[in-house]
Ligand binder design. Structure first.
Ligand SMILES: [Zn+2]
Ligand SMILES: [Zn+2]
Length: 339
């Protein structure tokens, strides 16, 4: 089968590999869609922590279930997605119902080879029913689940002011699930195009561009002087992470979804006087995947609007580098396999 391998940073090669053979407790998916994620772009650039090469990228996947062992309730031919965080099942996190932060986690397409293939073998227990959604929609469940998980971590309540910093695909999903939780969502980004997208496509009423306005002052005005009771960073940008504390209401929660490889710091008095709660939010769980799918089915979220670029699997090698160019204004690139 044809496989696209990131051989070294900056280089892709199509290689012929053996089609996977069905193993015990495994399922084989004929891949139909591969969403391209910031992680994939960083991996291609060579700026993603914990990466080794060669690596097959791709973890936002959907496809047709073609073979399965020990997958009760799943039918051959069914459209599926799956949870791409392969967890060990025995560590403290797994035993505590947090497989998303398993000590020995192997994220498909990050620590283990991923979905830029024709057929992929995955653990049957991580399959997720397609529920009648399209392959495009199913490939968008994972990135949305990341945001849904962050919103759940923050325990967002109706009526709260939630500031989401970063309007990339993860930030957009975070905003949608904060809105679904009933929050007053405020989007912050340095790109006016992205903020316009938030207003027009996501119906977010409040947007702030910190490059153009006194962001703290704007936020104070929007929140009637209170500031945001929840601040969620979806940038992973060091300055953004360090600055986010200044937007937090007293008694608020600060959640970091974006990942930064350097140490961050902020003023202890600023952190302390708020009695701030700081948390990271890593990956997502089955509960988040199911919440995303249910929300899509109810029409509460339509992430197909995120898809700005489409390409056939055969053309990825030539197109991928373009998506790194900010002028291309990529929100979500979607790779399709011919049917
Ligand atoms: Zn991703
Ligand atoms: Zn584990």
């Amino acid at each position: 089968m044809k496989t696209l391998v990131c051989t070294t940073p900056g280089a892709f090669a199509y290689q012929e590999q053996e089609k996977p053979v069905l193993g015990k407790d495994r399922a084989i998916i004929k891949i139909k869609r591969i969403g391209v994620c910031g992680t994939d772009l960083h991996a291609f650039r060579g700026t993603q922590p914990y990466f080794s090469y060669p690596r097959v990228l791709g973890h936002e996947l959907s496809g047709e279930l073609v073979e399965a062992d020990n997958a009760p309730g799943f039918a051959i031919g069914e459209a599926v997605t799956f949870i791409p965080y392969f967890n060990c099942g025995v560590c403290i996190a797994c035993r505590s119902g947090k497989p998303n932060c398993c000590v020995n986690i192997q994220v498909c397409g990050v620590h283990a080879d991923g979905g830029m293939v024709e057929y992929l073998s995955v653990p049957s227990r991580l399959l997720v029913h397609g529920e009648g959604l399209s392959y495009d929609e199913l490939a968008l469940v994972e990135p949305l689940a990341i945001g849904a998980h962050g919103v759940r971590r923050a325990d967002v309540q109706a009526g709260e002011f939630v500031l989401v910093i970063g309007a990339g695909p993860i930030g957009l999903g975070t905003m949608e699930f904060a809105r679904i939780a009933g929050a007053n969502v405020i989007a912050m980004d340095v790109s006016n195009d992205r903020l316009e997208f938030c207003r027009e496509k996501l119906n977010i009423q409040h947007t702030i561009n910190p490059a153009e306005a006194d962001a703290a002052e704007e936020l104070r005005r929007i929140t009637n002087g209170d500031m945001a009771t929840v601040v969620i960073d979806a940038t992973g940008n060091l300055k953004a992470i360090e600055g986010g504390i200044n937007y937090l209401a007293h008694g608020g929660r600060y959640v970091l979804i974006g990942l930064q490889k350097e140490a961050f710091s902020f003023s202890h008095p600023e952190f302390h006087k708020r009695e701030s709660t700081l948390m990271s939010s890593r990956n997502a769980t089955r509960q988040d995947f199911e919440h995303v799918i249910a929300s899509m089915k109810q029409g509460l979220v339509d992430p197909k609007t995120y898809i700005t670029h489409r390409v056939d699997f055969d053309q990825v090698k030539d197109q991928f580098e373009n998506w790194l160019n900010p002028e291309m204004k990529v929100i979500k690139a979607m790779i399709s396999h011919a049917d």
